[in-house]
Design a protein around this ligand. Structure first.
Ligand code: CTP
Ligand code: CA
Length: 227
């Protein structure tokens, strides 16, 4: 595919990015999902590729084209996303931006649930695997640098710190998505980079700018091979 050896701060690195929502079937026509356009994750995949990395993008259902020069794997559910990530390993860096549904319907059937007067369907839920935590805790094959996201509606920094600890990743990109900020699904993002050594807050940037800056930051942390 590439005519020239890649150059740039992430040359020689394999980066796995997750993006978009997951869809968890209730029946063949209905699903549970999180809100996510996939724009931030896709922008990160593109920026990492432009920085010279080999990029595998594992994407839930989104309305976006596959970024050029990036190997894109399309999945629906959280369990499929985890499988695709495991197949894509080993990698140097994982950047998990997907809005993964926390629960799935335990016994999703093969037939459409019919509406019946006076009764409600009884949906029992099962917890989905936590992809970020699973990969961050791998005894072997753990990427050297694991980055997660945290979209919060309150106590942004505190929640991000807790997620960093619980999930075992190296960096959390946290942003405030409370309705008042109007950020959810929007074009721009005000993010805080939370690590074990502190917090860095960036000005409000477009999703493309956040992606480029994050890739540069990650490149500096990992010590990419300069041509
Ligand atoms: N994540 C994941 N797999 C899941 C849930 C979340 O990989 N099943 C990842 C997301 O891609 C994100 C990070 O974990 O990078 C944080 O997701 P978030 O939903 O904010 O965290 P949760 O632990 O699910 O907490 P909550 O939804 O209760 O805030
Ligand atoms: Ca969640």
């Amino acid at each position: 595919e590439r005519l020239l050896a890649p150059s740039g701060p992430l040359a020689g690195k394999h980066v796995i990015v997750t993006s978009g929502p997951t869809h968890e079937p209730i029946d063949p026509v209905r699903y549970i999902a999180n809100r996510s356009s996939g724009r931030q994750g896709h922008a990160i995949a593109k920026a990492a590729s432009e920085a010279g990395a080999r990029v595998t993008l594992i994407s839930g259902p989104v309305d976006l084209p596959d970024p050029r020069g990036v190997t894109t794997v399309h999945v629906e559910s959280a369990r499929e996303m985890l499988e695709a990530v495991e197949r894509a390993l080993p990698a140097d860096i994982g950047i998990f931006a997907a809005a993964v549904a926390d629960w799935r319907v335990a016994d999703a059937g093969g037939q459409k649930i019919k509406k019946k007067e006076g009764t409600l369907p009884n949906l029992s839920l099962a917890e989905n695997p936590d992809i970020l935590a699973t990969v961050s805790h791998l005894p072997q094959n753990r990427p050297a640098l694991m980055v997660g996201f945290a979209a919060e509606t309150e106590n942004v920094i505190e929640h991000a710190r807790q997620k960093l600890a619980k999930k075992g990743c190296d960096l959390i990109v946290a942003n405030d998505v409370s309705p008042a900020t109007g950020v959810m699904g929007g074009e721009s993002n005000t993010v805080h980079l939370v690590t074990r050594s502190g917090i860095e807050t960036w000005p409000t940037l477009s999703k493309t700018e956040v992606a480029e800056r994050l890739v540069a930051h990650v490149g500096a942390l990992i010590g990419g091979t300069e041509p």
